[in-house]
Write a protein that binds this ligand. Structure first.
Ligand code: NAG
Ligand code: NAG
Length: 171
């Protein structure tokens, strides 16, 4: 078995949509929702819109959503990085960072995803079987949750609030 590893999400470097390195250590102290997205599939409108809402609601409390376009699922993400960025930013008013296109499975999978999957295979098979798999990462960079596309963003809001330390009672 893979066993424990001392790595954290903060030790990875990824590329942004323009091809620049992004050192994920800059997200220390933030709760992260890492999601692989496809722009041309049934869940897309709803998911982008709901993620944008979550982000608006909790960004001041320390939530960041990191979106990675991926076209390994029936070539549903065929655009260039710039086209994808434009779609996410303009059409859905998403303000969270969108990174360069990646592979989430197979030989060319990005090291971050290899780590995410091995940290949180749990009941799931290791590979990402579907677009919009979401990983929840705590402020220390530990992967604490993995959600299938059927867990829509409002459904995981409770877990996000817990990690952020946002009280769920009325204020
Ligand atoms: C990422 O940033 C951290 C903190 O500044 C630094 O310690 C680390 O070496 C950087 N990682 C890489 C691979 O550059
Ligand atoms: C996501 O990927 C799957 C697997 O290829 C595909 O069949 C599906 O249409 C895509 N969209 C949704 C909404 O799941």
């Amino acid at each position: 078995m893979g066993g424990q590893s001392s790595k954290s999400v903060h030790e990875f470097i990824v590329k942004d949509a323009k091809g620049n390195d992004v050192n994920l250590s800059q997200y220390k102290g933030k709760v992260l929702l890492i999601v692989n997205v496809a722009s041309q599939c049934g869940y897309t409108d709803q998911h982008y819109a709901e993620m944008a809402q979550l982000y608006e609601k909790y960004k001041d409390q320390g939530l960041e959503i990191l979106a990675f376009p991926c076209n390994q699922f029936g070539a549903q993400e065929p655009g260039t990085n710039e086209e994808i960025q434009e779609l996410a930013c303009n059409r859905f008013k998403a303000k969270y960072p969108l990174f360069a296109k990646i592979d989430v499975n197979g030989q060319k999978q990005t090291p971050l995803y290899k780590y995410l999957k091995s940290s949180k295979s749990g009941l799931f098979r290791e590979s990402i079987k579907w677009n919009f798999t979401k990983f929840l990462v705590d402020k220390q960079g530990n992967v604490v949750g993995r959600f299938t596309p059927e867990n829509t963003p409002p459904g995981i809001e409770k877990d996000i609030k817990k990690l952020l330390g946002v009280a769920s009672t009325n204020e």
